[in-house]
Design a protein around this ligand. Sequence first.
Ligand SMILES: [Ca+2]
Ligand SMILES: [Ca+2]
Ligand SMILES: [Ca+2]
Length: 192
Amino acid sequence: MLLRVILIGMLGIGAAQAQDASAKEAAVTALVLILPAATLKKLRRAPDTYLANAASLIYGFGTGGGINAAGIDGFIAAERARIRARDMMQYLAADVNNDGDISRDEVAVLAASVQAGKRGRLQRGFDQADSNANGLLSMAELRGFAQGTALTQMSAADADALKAVLQFDADGNGVVAMDEVAAGVSLVMEGS
Ligand SMILES: [Ca+2]
Ligand SMILES: [Ca+2]
Ligand SMILES: [Ca+2]
């Protein structure tokens, strides 16, 4: 609670508090304490990139210039869906007889038309996805495989890192606005 009050004082309008060096120091300490270590590292290494990513998240998936927890969850779900769709599409494009299953022969036809590196990935992916090893990819197997990729490329840790942006909610209204992120980032950078 005290940390929240300090942050509100710092990030709010109070000019007198803003000039108070010890309050500022306390606010930096508070932020450093509540932000996950991975977020702090990323932020300190490339603050502009961190801000650009936060802006994409807030303006792309938030409303009215801010984002709440549900908005971030929506982004995570959409990103996983995008990865699944990309993964599935490459195999669906091999289903030349349109029977809904992708056979090893169908993948071989597709693989012949792509570069060597991608060919290997397609064939390795096929073996991995064909969980009952019958030489056919069913829709369920394909979805399971694509979900695995999605959960690797947008992992639980990645999701937590995205949710960490909520810690910049200085006024505690459940919505993180871009100016709150910018103020928090500059505080951390000044304190670094
Ligand atoms: Ca087929
Ligand atoms: Ca199978
Ligand atoms: Ca807020």
